[in-house]
Ligand binder design. Structure first.
Ligand code: BES
Ligand code: MN
Ligand code: ZN
Length: 532
């Protein structure tokens, strides 16, 4: 018997995909909807204004001066509201004609000496939450005089701006009517700081990363009828303008490479799968081994024949968040001209049930040559990543390889929405990811892998199966599976099922798509892989 563990001819795809009208427009939200600039401290003219306060609501010199101008109105309000100047506390004052501002916000920062980069970003986030839809169109933020600050004034200003931008993100493309009071009004932020040039330079670098985060959030927020493998690939292709080399493999090319695991998942969908390869060569030696990022890009995961329950299925448009983080960080590295060689590979696939779909029990052959028994068609992420990982390690021989994936619901059970799980065969790489995550607020927690778990993915008829041992250690089973496709390179798998999407605002992340992973990977590169 001939064992042809590759999908049958894909004749049912002849019908062209329905292309929604929205696609005629660019998919990307405006990253510069709110203009941020830096200027020397000057008199406040109109608009909202912000000054800062420390413990006990103690104002710094600029606030003290405004307080005097207003005949003590600010200190009276601080008392009346029991405002303690704690970090992220904001006191709002209206109707103070003497100070030249339409409204004054007093932003608590707690002990100035405790303020680090992340804390400054959070203060910025708290301010935007108050101002974005307030009716104000512009705000002046006065930071010339904060005593006891360990950060340089210029860095404080830049981080504040970064937090403001990150929190200001909105995904409004599909609203045709904006509810009054929910419409963003704030279009201009001016940070008044002595060292304007230094603040601008510091912010430019952060802004590049923020734009990568925004791109990732946009991609994840888009519904499955707009972002499908072909439209997604087209969107990525636009990054060529920024100096990235982009290559798109179609199913024919993938079939030639023997990617039976990836194609098995794709075969039920009317949308053809794509594998997109992004290269950034920023190191002095363009041939130096790159760092490699691989992303799960399920543009929609219905579960396939092992269909998911209807409730909450709409959330599975986000199942490409791993790929979005990879795309976002590649854009950021290019935008900030990072001195590193990096490759990003994203596997773009839709998992659908149909008469052509893969069945539970099917056996597929991966590019690596290893065979897989597909017990559950809903454990599709590892199938797709198996071929993407193998392809990446064999073509690029990277110094290390990091994959990101919304791989298992079990990850959410284990760590909730705060930490992503990191699984690694390399202690150094795992430590680097933990440290980079801590620094950026994209938190990672190390999870175990090891020989003891091999038995969980043993199959009776193939080299492995695509599920674990019942309901136990499901996330580890996924990692154990992926480990077999990295050929012993230093590798880390980050399961972002819980962190890619949140239902409640965080200080610098509005609810919805988080863009998790962009900051993490950018920081990893900056701290450990970039030429100084
Ligand atoms: N994309 C899902 C994982 C997921 C589920 C993320 C819920 C976020 C919320 C993945 O493809 C999946 O369906 N995994 C299965 C694996 C199982 C069948 C072994 C899961 O977690 O249930
Ligand atoms: Mn699934
Ligand atoms: Zn999935």
């Amino acid at each position: 018997m001939v064992f042809a563990a590759t999908p049958p001819p894909l004749t049912h795809r002849a019908r062209p995909a329905i292309v929604p009208a929205e696609l005629a427009e660019p998919l990307r939200s405006k990253t510069d909807a709110m203009k941020i600039s830096f200027a020397k401290p000057a008199a406040l003219k109109g608009h909202a204004a912000v000054v800062f306060a420390g413990p006990g609501g103690k104002l710094f010199s600029h606030g003290v001066k405004l307080d005097a101008d207003s005949g003590g109105a600010i200190t009276r309000a601080i008392k009346a509201a029991s405002f303690e100047g704690k970090k992220n506390q904001v006191l709002e004052l209206l109707g103070l004609p003497q100070i030249g501002a339409t409204r004054l916000l007093v932003a608590g920062i707690g002990k100035a000496g405790d303020i680090d980069d992340k804390a400054a970003e959070e203060v910025g986030g708290a301010l935007i939450a108050k101002l974005q839809t307030s009716g104000e169109t512009a705000v002046n933020i006065v930071i010339d005089d904060i005593a006891g600050l360990k950060l340089k004034g210029s860095d404080f200003a830049a981080r504040l701006a970064y937090g403001m931008k990150l929190r200001s993100y909105r995904f409004d493309r599909y609203r045709t009517k904006a509810e009054e009071g929910k419409k963003p009004t704030l279009g201009k932020v001016v940070l008044m700081v002595d060292e304007t040039k230094k603040a601008e330079a510091a912010f430019a670098r952060l802004d590049a990363v923020a734009n990568g985060v925004f791109f990732a959030r946009d991609l994840v927020s888009e519904p499955g009828n707009v972002i499908y493998p072909a439209s997604y690939a087209k969107e990525i292709k636009k990054l060529e303008k920024q100096g990235l080399k982009i290559q798109v493999l179609d199913e024919k090319a993938m079939k030639k490479l023997g990617m039976g695991a990836l194609l098995g998942v794709a075969q039920g969908s009317a949308h053809q799968a794509k594998l997109v390869i992004m290269e950034w060569r920023g190191a002095k030696n363009a041939k130096a081994k790159p760092i490699a990022f691989v992303g799960k890009g399920l543009t929609f995961d219905s579960g396939g024949i092992s269909l998911k329950p209807g409730e909450g299925m709409q959330d599975m448009k986000f199942d490409m968040a791993g790929s979005a983080a990879v795309v976002g960080v590649m854009q950021a590295l290019a935008a900030r001209q990072a001195k590193v060689n990096a490759v990003g590979v994203v596997a773009l696939v839709e998992n659908m049930p149909s008469d052509k779909a893969q069945r539970p029990g099917d056996v597929v052959k991966s590019m690596s040559g290893q065979t897989i028994e597909v017990i559950n068609t809903d454990a599709e992420g590892r199938l797709v990543l198996a071929d993407a990982l193998w392809y990446t390690q064999s073509r690029f021989k990277p110094q290390c390889i990091i994959d990101l994936a919304t791989l298992t619901g079990a990850m959410i059970i284990a760590l909730g929405h705060e930490y992503a799980g990191v699984f690694s065969n390399d202690d150094t790489l795992a430590q680097q990811l933990i440290a980079a995550g801590e620094a950026e607020g994209d938190l990672t927690w190390r999870m175990p892998i090891g020989k003891m778990y091999e038995k969980d993915i043993e199959s009776d008829i193939a080299d492995m199966k695509n599920t674990g041992a019942g309901r136990t250690a499901g996330s580890i089973a996924g990692a154990m599976f992926l480990k077999r496709y990295v050929n012993d390179l230093p590798w880390a798998h980050i399961d972002i099922a819980g962190t890619a999407w949140i239902k409640k605002d965080k200080p610098t992340v509005p609810k919805g798509a988080t863009g998790y992973g962009v900051r993490l990977l950018d920081r990893l590169v900056a701290d450990y892989y970039e030429e100084k």
